[in-house]
Every structure is written in C-alpha cells, then in structure tokens.
Ligand binder design. Structure first.
Ligand code: THU
Length: 141
C-alpha cells in the first residue's frame, strides 16, 4: 500500500483513540508483507500504567492473528481528536520501538510519522533506534 493510503488508515484509527487523561490521540496503521493492514489506537486507563500505545495495539492485533512479517507502519498523533492537520510528528515511544525491534528488520522496516496524508517523514527503524538490543544481534538461550 502506498504511504498516503497507510497514513489515511492511521488517521481513521486515531478516531478510535481512548485518551481522556492525556488528550493525546494516536492512530497507527501497520502493513504486513502479505498486504494485510492492522490498525491501532492508544487506549488509556485511570490507573495510567495499563495504557497501551497506538503502535503496540496494531502490533499486538497482528501478532495475535498469526501475522509476523511487516514492511512499514504509519503513526499519527496529537491533541484534539478533531484536528484537520496535526501540528507535530508523533514519533513512537521507546517501548514501541523495542516492540518493533522484536518483529522487524531494523534496516528495512519503515516508520512513517505524519501530520497529514501529504506531510510526512519516513525513517528506517534503525535510524530511530540505533545501537539496539534485539533478537537479531543477541544469541539468547
Ligand atoms: N502514545 C502512543 O500511543 N504512542 C507513542 O508512541 C507515544 C505515546 C500515547 C500513550 C498515551 O495514551 C498518550 O500517547 C500520551 O502519552
């Protein structure tokens, strides 16, 4: 899927965000190499700790359906759920980057952060998570 369409899916997913505590609404759209798209939004909790980010919601939906191979993810986020164009790029938090590393090749997996379908930046996972700790460079067990 082209970047524009993936961002559109992330913007749609953002409408489902449950963020009454931060008012920071996040949407994500994760593309699998077989073409499937898994969307996600952030889901907050009164106890704060159980809050789940939009990116991880998308990943966990995919993994829980047996999908393990991914090509890219589009992420959008900002305050005010009704905003037409987002003011800033919402980069994935460190925890989400670590989850991406578990399942994605950092040299080929793309992270797209967008303010709108036409205003976005694209990075490899390695660019936003250098010197990482991942199953690819550790021999465990
Ligand atoms: N959030 C995400 O959904 N993704 C990120 O990568 C950063 C943070 C959410 C968590 C919380 O609901 C809100 O944004 C404010 O931190």
């Amino acid at each position: 899927m082209d970047n524009k369409s993936l961002i559109k899916s992330a913007l749609e997913a953002r409408k489902m965000a449950y963020a009454p505590y931060s008012n920071f609404f996040v949407g994500a759209a994760l593309e699998a190499t077989d073409g499937r798209i898994f969307t996600g939004c952030n889901i907050e909790n009164i106890s704060f700790g159980p809050t789940n980010c939009g990116e991880r919601t998308a990943f966990f939906k995919a993994i829980s359906e047996g999908c393990y191979d991914f090509s890219k993810i589009a992420v959008v986020g900002g305050i005010n759920s009704g905003a037409e164009k987002l003011e800033t790029f919402a980069f994935p938090c460190g925890v989400c980057r670590q989850v991406m590393l578990e399942f994605c090749d950092p040299l080929t997996f793309k992270v797209i952060v967008a303010k709108s379908e036409d205003d976005y930046e694209e990075y490899t996972l390695a660019e936003i998570m250098p010197h990482s700790f991942s199953p690819r460079n550790q021999k465990l067990g």
